[in-house]
Design a protein around this ligand. Structure first.
Ligand SMILES: *Cc1c(COP(=O)(O)O)cnc(C)c1O
Length: 378
């Protein structure tokens, strides 16, 4: 099998139907391709879905993290406590403002930041916490919020993998009153091609973010008049149209993802030493984003990926630990051994094909291949 084989089962694949095509065509026909009516329409629909008031659509999740951190008040020289088991954007966004990510270890069950380790990592220069709801599982926000309140810290939530997740203590992920960021890359639960959104705690924060995504222009200012530093982090109306159509089918897509996760759980639950994603507990509800397993200790994860590839199945190491990436090692002197739980999980992690239109037959093919490769090697 090679990368170009048509029947290779990919790791991720968006659902695009007639409604997406129609709404995109409507925008093209309207000639209002950016800062048109679809921007506000997408933002309002998304806000309603999350159960919040203030949402700003932006050009990517990374851009959203950058603007959310600025709105929270990040400053050069600050330290921000965050998790090393994440997509690199969560740590990179801290560096954009001259602040430093301080990593701490993760909870081995949820794979989210360990709140006790986070509290222990808070120091003199710590200004904020940046938890990530990894793989769509809600982070332990209540404990992190207690630490933040006790130490005078702000919180920005990276919810890029968690649209639709719900906390055990009530609110949807993103609706706790902290700035929170969602991402809409094609592998996410909802896609706009590229894109993201920021939930603001109040109207003033939303106004600042709306201005900074558009070169610093205030809402009441004339075209080409700017009263603060800004960026071009706008999301086009073409992308917003995709988002509106995707929101209409979000619940169905989330249900499909949950159904497929249950099929994997049933097919792989008895493979010796193979660790599956944790089930929901304490009222927390995962929004299924990826299906990531940890191969048994002693099994070669990268050889497993190559063997699955030969069965026509794409699998990925997911996620690499951020502190062990060459840029972070060189810039901050990080070394293996600093965060043992994260490093162990990361070295054994394997993302399997997972998307709403994965058929039961394909799930079965993946299950059989994983059982053969991992079961046989254990
Ligand atoms: C997808 C993702 C982002 C944002 O990615 P973009 O490609 O910039 O939209 C940020 N953090 C995490 C954890 C993600 O999974």
């Amino acid at each position: 099998m090679t990368d170009t084989d048509l029947d290779e089962i990919p790791v991720a694949r968006p659902v695009i139907g007639a409604r997406e095509k129609q709404l995109v065509l409507d925008v093209l026909d309207s000639r209002a391709l950016s800062l048109g009516p679809l921007l506000g329409r997408f933002e309002r629909a998304l806000a309603a879905r999350i159960g919040v008031e203030h949402v700003s659509a932006v050009s990517s999740g990374t851009a959203g993290l950058h603007l959310a951190l600025r709105a929270a008040g990040i400053a050069a020289g600050d330290e921000v406590v965050t998790t090393p088991l994440s997509f690199v954007a969560s740590a990179n966004s801290i560096l954009y403002e001259g602040a430093t990510p301080v990593f701490c270890d993760i909870d081995p069950r949820t794979l989210n930041i360990d709140p006790a380790a986070a509290a222990a990592a808070v120091g003199e220069r710590t200004a904020g916490l940046l938890p990530v709801h990894i793989f769509g599982y809600p982070a332990a926000m209540a404990e992190l919020e207690r630490t933040a309140a006790a130490r005078g810290l702000w919180i920005v939530e990276d919810a890029c993998e968690a649209l639709g997740a719900v906390h055990g203590d009530g609110p949807a992920v993103g609706a706790r009153g902290n700035p929170a960021v969602f991402g809409f890359y094609p592998n996410k639960q909802l896609t706009t091609g590229e894109g993201g959104a920021v939930v603001s705690p109040d109207a003033a924060a939303k106004q600042r973010i709306d201005s900074e995504r558009n070169q610093g222009r205030a809402p009441d200012m004339d075209w080409l008049d700017h009263d603060r530093l800004g960026f071009n982090y706008r999301l086009s109306d073409i992308a917003c149209a995709l988002g509106v159509a995707q929101l209409e089918r979000l619940d169905a897509m989330l249900a499909d993802r949950a159904r497929i996760a249950a099929l994997y759980d049933a097919g792989l639950g008895d493979v010796d030493g193979l660790e599956l994603p944790c089930p929901d507990a304490d009222g927390d509800r995962r929004s299924w984003f990826v299906y990531v397993v940890q191969v048994p200790p002693g099994v070669d994860r990268d050889a497993t990926i190559r063997a699955l590839r030969e069965h026509g199945i794409q699998a990925k190491p997911y996620l690499p630990a951020i502190h062990l990436m060459s840029f972070y090692r060189e810039r901050f002197g990080h070394r293996a051994g600093e965060f043992p739980v994260c490093e162990d999980i990361s070295a054994r992690s394997l993302a399997l094909p997972f998307y709403p239109e994965l058929s039961e037959g394909e799930v079965e093919r993946v299950v059989e291949a994983v059982r053969g490769v991992v079961g046989g090697a254990a």
